[in-house]
Design a protein around this ligand. Structure first.
Ligand code: SAH
Ligand code: SF4
Length: 382
């Protein structure tokens, strides 16, 4: 992709694209692998550091190419090891990336868009409206920045980042090409070498793009369900009016069937007090999902100002979970542990509230990735 400088930004190029690029400047294709290792394994953005590339080629690259990630506005490290970056993308907006360590696992939550057009009623990203799609370089750039902060290491050795979830800002399926390219780089050994089971795309249900996704990539899929029937889901997740539950679940089943093996869909369900947290909702959900092999993640609502929603009581959450358990589902409740991150929020006052709210959501994701590891052996309803 050509940037405002008129140069090709090599950061977001997949291996085939990188080979094409070297073809186009009259160089050998094997240069692609060499340069990709410098960029992704070693975090290099300076052609002069690429010592196995001839001086002449380095000079040529400096003229027509660059390696440019999004600008890091801030990096916070919390006492529990959680890290959070605010990065500025080309449109001028800022998005967040959060790293959540847990034992041997490290999960990176990556944003796909600045804002979101889908306007789910309980989501503060949605409340901000849509600003811009991130480029492939800006999506993979978040992984690049995080990896560099740990001291970049090749894909073949133990890494700090073991899992990536596309659960930051935005609807990843509405920025399809860029997100797919970036996810290829996450999985490619010349990129970050992360297993396809440990790269998860979360969607609110853009049905045609779920079908399209299976033609391009085999990452894990998470569905943001949030309601067990169309009437309620239409209110909470407006895209449901276009793609109602029946067609949505069918598309998820189709996607999962292309993955084969024993991989199951993750169903996310944000619990909103007195809205979707009643036992009868759990009963209805158990029935709705009976033909969809899945594991369920219940996410107690993370409040933000003027949302109009509240988090249910622990008892209500427990009752909801028990009901699904009894119906035979593998169901986990996300805990929120964002307090010390809130303390880390400092500058960018206008964004603190949003950052805080999303951080809590990211913390909840920590256990989601734990389950991704167990997915192979998980007892799930079939
Ligand atoms: N757009 C995608 C991915 C980003 S949102 C999607 O909707 O799936 C990631 C997850 O956080 C979604 O399940 C979303 O519903 C949930 N979420 C958004 N706002 C939340 C809030 N205030 N409290 C708890 N979960 C929230
Ligand atoms: Fe967009 Fe996801 Fe938020 Fe809905 S929940 S508004 S799809 S980011």
């Amino acid at each position: 992709m050509t940037t405002s400088t008129g140069k090709t930004n090599l950061l977001g190029l997949t291996q085939p694209e990188m080979e094409k690029f070297f073809d186009s400047i009259g160089e050998k294709r094997f240069r692609a692998g060499q340069v990709m290792k410098w960029i992704h394994h070693l975090g290099v953005d300076d052609f002069d550091a690429m010592t196995n590339v001839s001086k002449a080629l380095r000079e040529k690259l400096k003229v027509c190419a660059e390696i440019r990630g999004p600008e890091v506005v801030s990096e916070d490290i919390s006492t529990d090891g959680t890290r959070k970056w605010v990065v500025r993308v080309a449109s001028g907006s800022c998005v967040e990336t959060v790293y959540i360590p847990q034992g041997k696992r490290g999960t990176l939550c990556v944003s796909s868009q600045a804002g979101c057009a889908l306007d789910c009623s309980f989501c503060s990203t949605g409340k901000q409206g849509f600003n811009s799609n991130l480029t492939a370089a800006e999506v993979i750039g978040q992984v690049w920045i995080a990896n560099k902060s740990f001291g970049s290491v090749p894909a073949t050795v133990d890494r700090a980042i073991t899992n990536v979830v596309m659960m930051g800002m935005g609807e990843p399926l509405l920025n399809f090409d860029n997100v797919v390219a970036a996810m290829h780089l996450m999985m490619d050994d010349l990129g970050y070498g992360i297993s396809k089971r440990r790269v998860t795309l979360s969607t609110s249900g853009v049905v045609p793009m779920i079908d399209e996704l299976s033609k391009h990539i085999d990452v894990s899929l998470a569905l943001s369900l949030h309601a067990p029937n169309d009437a309620l889901r239409n209110q909470l997740v407006p895209i449901n009016k276009k793609y109602p539950l029946k067609v949505l679940l069918e598309s998820c089943q189709r996607y999962m069937s292309t993955l084969g093996e024993k991989r199951v869909l993750t169903v996310e369900y944000t619990l909103l007090k007195d809205i979707n947290d009643k036992v009868e909702h759990a009963v209805e959900m158990a029935e709705l999902l009976k033909d969809t092999p899945c594991k369920i993640n219940l996410i107690p609502f993370n409040p933000f100002p003027h949302s109009g929603y509240e988090r249910p009581s622990n008892n209500a959450i427990r009752r909801f979970q028990d009901q699904l358990h009894q119906a035979g589902y593998n169901v986990t409740v996300r805990t929120t542990r964002g307090e010390d991150i809130d303390a880390a929020c400092g500058q960018l006052v206008g964004q603190v509230l949003d950052r805080t709210r999303r951080s809590e959501r990211y913390i909840a994701v920590r256990e989601l990735s734990a389950e991704a590891d167990l997915a192979q052996s998980a007892v799930t309803r079939t």
